[in-house]
Design a protein around this ligand. Structure first.
Ligand SMILES: [Zn+2]
Length: 161
């Protein structure tokens, strides 16, 4: 069973030396190149994408200036993740597919927090880029509707007057 790579190259150009990395929800694999054969429902925790310095500049510009994500150009063969089978042996977990919605909600909430604090000098640009990519991906996956259905109730976010 393919268990994913632990030390992956740049997911855009396959260069071995990478500069930084980001974490995205497993379902985002479906937006990537070569993502189809990967059982994203069995992925435990987040998927890690690494980028070389040059590609990171591109990814950063896409996110910050164009509010979009690079996932369709990322090669799923070059990302790292843990498949559930590995953990199952250790934890003797049940056979149900991993419920990804809790993780997705956590990542979404964390990304929103990061963007709310984007002007804070302690907020790192990498975190802002990661947050934009996570939210764009969730939106493209239909998990982040304008109706706020995936959000927790938040008084300030309610559209009512
Ligand atoms: Zn690269």
């Amino acid at each position: 069973m393919y268990a994913g790579l632990t030390r992956t190259p740049c997911c855009l150009c396959a260069r071995e030396e990478t500069y930084t990395r980001i974490a995205v929800p497993p379902r985002a694999i479906t937006l990537m190149k070569n993502g189809d054969p990967i059982a994203w429902r069995d992925v435990v925790d987040t998927v890690t994408l690494r980028f070389c310095r040059e590609d990171w500049e591109l990814v950063r510009d896409l996110a910050i200036e164009m509010d979009t994500h690079p996932l369709s150009r990322c090669n799923a063969a070059y990302v790292s993740f843990d498949l559930r089978e590995d953990h199952e042996a250790l934890l003797s977990a049940t056979k149900e597919a991993t419920d990804q919605t809790a993780l997705e909600a956590t990542l979404e909430a964390r990304a929103e927090e990061t963007l709310d604090a984007a002007e804070d000098p302690h907020t790192e640009e990498r975190d802002v880029v990661e947050a934009i990519i996570v939210l764009c991906a969730l939106e493209e996956l239909g998990l982040r509707g304008r109706d706020g259905s995936t959000r927790e109730a938040s008084a300030s976010e309610e559209p009512r007057p």
